[in-house]
Design a protein around this ligand. Structure first.
Ligand code: C2E
Ligand code: MG
Ligand code: MG
Length: 711
């Protein structure tokens, strides 16, 4: 046993302890008086283990027979050898005992307590004491909240940092477990970890839980808890070190919200959606049944953005998200997939009728106009729907299929939903194939320009031709521009096609002769897609084709749709200004179908406005269309523009337009688009050879092209 100068037992061997009936743990750190009570005389009487009264000076030893008090309280007579040692300025007593009778003390000394042994043990004790001191210091002044808990997880030591963190005093904490200051929902966390540590399943644990500060605040902490063991591996206590991560976790919660949500609408984002899809797939495979994936794409959202600005566009998206959320189940997933696309995953569908109802319910969210910043916006969406039984392993393909169906919904005329069928996938595949073929078509000479006459309605004269592209596909036959132009517009291919159309049309027009004395030669109108119109090469391309063909600039008219003009008003105006300076005219195509506001119309001031054929030859005659037609014609006249009616199919329509004072017209009633060589024939013909009925042109006799109309 080693005793320090305060009579405290610093080290005791198991052998020493067992002699007295204690185990070493019970003696460590205790006063030696519990073994040799004060006043207990040894031999002549004055020898005590109390160093102050112990007449042993350093470097000397003493051996005696003494009486110890055992754990049970009885007396044990032991042979005792005591050495006094000075080490590092402190004095120590090293006591060695032998219990069985009174064997010679010298023998004990030789056997058990050689001086070197004692010294090395002492040195170890000093190191231990110092390191314990250091540890105690570190523990107490540590900035990190720390505590020690016993096997029942009650606090046996706690530092200031911990007390400050939760607002409790040391006295309140000692002896308590963490239950009173743990956030109620997190009580289980400590319990589980404590169990794992005590059952020796793990030796240390790291976990996060929340406390309640005395002032009511919730604090998040990261806890490291480890087991302290003795040499025999028995658990002594637990060392717990903590870190306040309240701010950090608030930030990371915000960041993870941002990472998982669309910042504008707050809906889940693409990453979340894909994750849900993969979970859904696992579930379907396990439990059977089917889900529905619905992809909504706003119709003409771009127009809204361009007309009313991005701020209104953004607010519209938020309003749409809000409306959609109102009609969706919270257990399903609604996400903003990008731009103006929303995706919805509805789990556990029971029938196709249910899917249909769901689609209708979602689209119904668009039935009432949205009121954004004082603007009433009527917005619709087209929807592609996939019924998904998990059989398709690649869930990204599911989204692609929804996209194909959505594309089809747009094609069929917006605001509706289309259920995906393998057939649609086929169409998506063939769209891809067709694009490839279209690239080839240009080189292979399968594309050509046809020309549809533009008539002066009051004089029955041909004044111009609209150049319309045709694709003679070797196997598919004539592919209409509504199919291939849309495809080409999805890539740079449209630039090549556009350049081809312009070159061909300008060349053809340069050879057209006036139809009579004192008449002007016909002009040609060429359609431009928005991509082409905003291509930086546009002006030089137009300039060089005019120069190469020798066509007077005023015989070329560029047709643009409202989607072109709205893309970027300032840029559009500057392009139009350039065209004006060059002498090239601009016609606004399909007027009335887009979003143009009247102020734009005045601003752009196109030479011609082409009234869309839906007003001229509506599928069903109705009063509203008729009024609109009248209004558009008079609007054009008031703004000093030439008004052209597209798609005239009947004599009645023609008469009506004439009565309204519409200047120009084109349509199957006169002629569809005809090949270039037929144009030459036509222009060579005297106006007299044109078929007339009631004084107006009803067709061109001898034309090989089919005539549709009243005939
Ligand atoms: P668009 O510019 O509005 O051309 C008028 C379309 O209406 C043409 O269809 C024409 O054949 C058709 N049409 C003319 N009269 C009548 C009629 O009385 N009744 C009916 N139902 N339709 C009539 P097409 O040639 O199929 O062209 C469709 C669209 O494709 C064009 O609409 C135009 O936007 C685009 N397009 C055609 N050629 C080109 C081109 O070279 N470049 C570009 N960018 N687009 C083109
Ligand atoms: Mg056109
Ligand atoms: Mg048109």
């Amino acid at each position: 046993m080693i005793v320090d100068d305060h009579d405290t037992i610093c080290l005791v061997s198991e052998g020493f302890a067992s002699l007295t009936g204690y185990c070493s743990d019970e003696l460590d750190g205790k006063s030696a008086e519990m073994l040799v009570p004060s006043g207990l005389g040894v031999g002549s009487g004055e020898v005590h283990l109390d160093s102050a009264r112990f007449p042993v000076v350093a470097g000397r030893s003493l051996d005696r027979s003494v009486k110890f008090i055992s754990r049970e309280g009885g007396e044990i007579v032991v042979a005792l050898v005591i050495e006094a040692l000075a080490l590092d300025g402190r004095s120590w007593l090293v006591a060695a005992v032998r219990g069985d009778g009174h064997e010679g003390a010298a023998e004990i000394r030789d056997a058990d307590v050689g001086l070197e042994v004692i010294e090395s043990k002492l040195a170890a004790a000093v190191v231990l004491a110092e390191s314990e001191e250091r540890f105690r210091h570190t523990f107490e002044v540590n900035m990190a909240p720390m505590m020690f808990t016993d096997l029942e997880d009650r606090i046996i030591a706690v530092n200031d940092a911990f007390c400050q963190m939760i607002g409790w005093t040391r006295d309140e904490l000692l002896g308590s477990d963490s239950v009173p200051f743990t956030y109620p929902e997190d009580l289980g966390i400590s319990e589980v970890t404590h169990h794992r540590l005590t059952s020796e399943e793990v030796d240390r644990a790291r976990y996060i839980k929340r406390y309640l500060h005395r002032d009511g605040r919730v604090i998040s902490v990261e806890i490291s808890k480890s087991t302290a063991r003795d040499f025999a591996g028995r658990t002594l206590y637990f060392v717990i070190s903590e870190r306040d991560i309240t701010e950090e976790s608030a930030l990371s919660a915000q960041l993870s919200h941002q990472a998982l949500h669309d910042t504008l609408t707050g809906l889940a984002n693409r990453a979340v959606f894909e994750d849900r899809l993969s979970q859904a797939q696992a579930r379907i495979v396990r439990q059977g049944g089917f889900d529905a994936v619905l992809l909504m794409d706003l119709d003409d959202f771009k127009g809204v953005n361009d007309t009313h600005g991005h701020l209104v566009g953004d607010q519209l998206l938020v309003a749409i998200a809000y409306r959609l959320e109102l009609v969706t189940r919270s257990s399903d997933t609604l996400c903003r997939f990008g731009g103006d696309e929303f995706l919805y995953l509805a789990e556990g569908m029971s029938s196709m009728a249910e899917v249909d109802q769901l689609a209708a319910r979602l689209l119904d969210a668009f039935s009432k106009p949205f009121s954004i910043a004082g603007v009433q916006l009527e917005v619709h969406a087209s929807m592609g729907v996939v019924a998904w039984d998990g059989a398709m392993a690649d869930y990204t393909q599911v989204i692609q299929n929804a996209d194909s169906a959505m594309y089809e919904a747009k094609r069929r005329g917006k605001g509706h939903h289309v259920l995906f069928t393998p057939n649609l996938q086929q169409q998506a595949v063939s769209r891809f194939a067709l694009t490839q073929e279209l690239r080839h078509a240009l080189q292979a000479g399968e594309l050509s320009m046809f020309y549809q006459p533009i008539m002066q309605l009051d004089t029955n004269e041909v004044v111009g031709f609209e150049a319309l592209m045709r694709w003679h596909h070797p196997e598919r036959g004539l592919v209409p521009p509504s199919v291939f132009i849309t495809l080409a517009e999805q890539s740079d291919l449209i630039l090549e096609l556009g350049a081809f159309a312009l070159r061909e049309a300008v060349n053809a027009a340069s050879s057209w002769k006036p139809t009579g004395e004192g008449r002007d030669s016909s002009y040609v109108t060429v359609n431009f897609s928005s991509r082409q119109f905003h291509d930086s090469d546009l002006m030089s391309m137009i300039g060089s084709s005019l120069v190469a063909s020798g066509l007077a600039p005023d015989r070329l008219i560029v047709e643009i749709t409202e989607s072109v003009t709205l893309l970027d008003v300032a840029e559009t105006l500057s392009v139009i200004e350039h065209l004006h300076r060059l002498g090239v005219g601009v016609a606004l195509d399909d007027f009335g179908t887009g979003y143009s506001s009247l102020s734009y119309l005045a601003l752009l001031h196109p030479k011609i406005i082409k009234i869309d054929r839906s007003f001229v030859s509506p599928a069903r005659e109705n009063f509203r269309n008729d009024t609109l037609l009248e209004t558009i014609v008079s609007l054009g006249q008031k703004l000093d523009m030439t008004v052209l009616a597209e798609g005239i199919e009947t004599g009645e329509q023609l008469k009506r337009l004439c009565s309204l004072g519409c200047d120009l017209g084109q349509g199957f009633y006169f002629l569809p688009a005809i090949p270039a060589h037929e144009v030459d024939d036509l222009l060579g013909r005297e106006p007299g050879s044109w078929e007339l009925k009631d004084g107006i042109v009803v067709g061109f006799a001898g034309s090989r092209s089919p005539r549709i109309g009243v005939l």
